[in-house]
Design a protein around this ligand. Structure first.
Ligand SMILES: C[S@@+](CC[C@H](N)C(=O)[O-])C[C@H]1O[C@@H](n2cnc3c(N)ncnc32)[C@H](O)[C@@H]1O
Length: 356
């Protein structure tokens, strides 16, 4: 292993690079990131390849905001011969000194890279057969890493691994969600993905269940509210805009045409969700005030990042939330992720752990 490869949203390479450099530095590792604008990925090289062990141990996929996928890679294999791409890539895969539970052939999520996807589909079979013949495939062992061949072109690819539990479980780091037919807006998928990312797993049914209550700030026309009511959760939808008629007819939603910055519920609710388009620092302050004032137990919110200094703005927002919660004596878990369904934004999740 020589470098870390991170997939990201095209256009966010600078932020992804700043984040990996800062995170590696906090682990005591010096290095540099290569981040070509709009390439959809970042390659981080530690100055000392021996530092890869510290990175493999210390980098946590869940804590990285801008990375869709976290891979530990061998050096780029370039000039792949047209007649035999298998041999050099197999040699690169062997250099990890392990077997693999699976192999995925991937590209960046960019328009140019899309042209490579049919090549990847064709190449997958012969490569998989060769990997199996070499005794490197062990599909029944879920503890083993997954092998990724990340193609930059049909003649150049990284062989890389992802570790179970410390990587996205979706090819190319892109969750494929169905668009529910009756949901009033496409942004319903953002909250569906956020629930999967931040609540998911075993205790999802405990933390998102029938009979709970929620407030949706900036709710119109109701895509996020739909995600809540479809789980049996009663929603107060706050927005001057109108709500979808069919959603309102379900009887689970109270619609208040008022300002989301001033509204507070009479009784605490289980969930606050907020998709208002506003300055990120203002949203961060609002969400922190809700949690500090014990108006909700968990919150999911969107921060629409500015065009410039996006990474700095996110740090500023994190600071606002952490500062307000510390002052209120509330211990909470705060995470951000740029979800696949996010565009110029990131999604935040705040969960109260302990109050003083
Ligand atoms: C991106 S849309 C929300 C889409 C919604 N989450 C959905 O899934 O259908 C943003 C909404 O925020 C509302 N909004 C903006 N500022 C607001 C405020 N101060 N109070 C309440 N709603 C606000 C807008 O009216 C708009 O409907």
């Amino acid at each position: 292993m020589n470098l870390v490869v991170l997939y990201c949203r095209a256009g966010f390479e600078k932020e992804c690079a700043a984040e990996i450099c800062e995170t590696a530095e906090a682990l005591g590792v010096e290095g540099y990131a290569r981040a070509k604008p709009d390439s959809g990925y970042v390659a981080y090289h530690p100055h000392d390849p021996a530092a890869m062990a510290a990175l493999a141990d210390g980098l946590k996929w869940r804590r990285l905001v801008f990375a869709r996928q976290l891979l530990f890679a061998a050096p780029l294999v370039s000039d792949l011969p047209v007649g035999d791409r298998v041999t050099p890539l197999l040699a690169s895969a062997r250099s990890f000194g392990t077997r693999f539970r699976d192999v995925w052939l991937e590209t960046a999520d960019t328009n140019e890279a899309k042209e490579l996807s049919s090549f990847c589909k064709k190449f997958e079979k012969p490569f998989r057969i060769a990997l199996d013949k070499a005794g490197l495939l062990a599909p029944d062992d879920a503890e083993l890493p997954r092998l990724h061949l990340f193609f930059l072109g049909s003649a150049a690819a990284f062989a890389a691994i992802s570790q179970p539990g410390n990587a996205s479980d979706w090819p190319m780091g892109i969750p494929r969600l169905r668009m529910p037919r009756s949901a009033p807006s496409r942004s319903t998928q953002k909250l569906a993905e956020a629930f999967m990312e931040f609540v998911g797993g075993q205790n999802a049914s405990e933390r998102l269940r029938t009979g709970q209550t929620a407030v949706d700030l900036g709710a119109s026309p109701g895509g996020w509210t739909w995600q809540l009511t479809s789980r049996g959760i009663h929603v107060t939808a706050v927005d001057n805009g109108s709500m979808d008629k069919a959603l309102m007819a379900g009887g689970m939603v109270e619609h208040l045409k008022t300002d989301g910055f001033h509204y507070r519920p009479k009784r605490p609710v289980d969930w606050l969700v907020c998709d208002m388009v506003e300055k990120p620092a203002r949203i961060a302050g609002l969400v922190a005030d809700w949690v500090a004032g014990k108006h909700c137990k968990e919150a999911i919110f969107n921060l629409k990042l500015p065009m410039k200094k996006r990474y700095e703005e996110l740090r500023h927002c994190r600071g606002i939330i952490e500062g307000k919660l510390a002052a209120a004596g509330i211990e909470a878990r705060l995470r951000f992720k740029q979800l696949y369904h996010d565009r110029e934004e990131v999604t935040g999740h705040l969960r109260v752990l302990k109050t003083r």
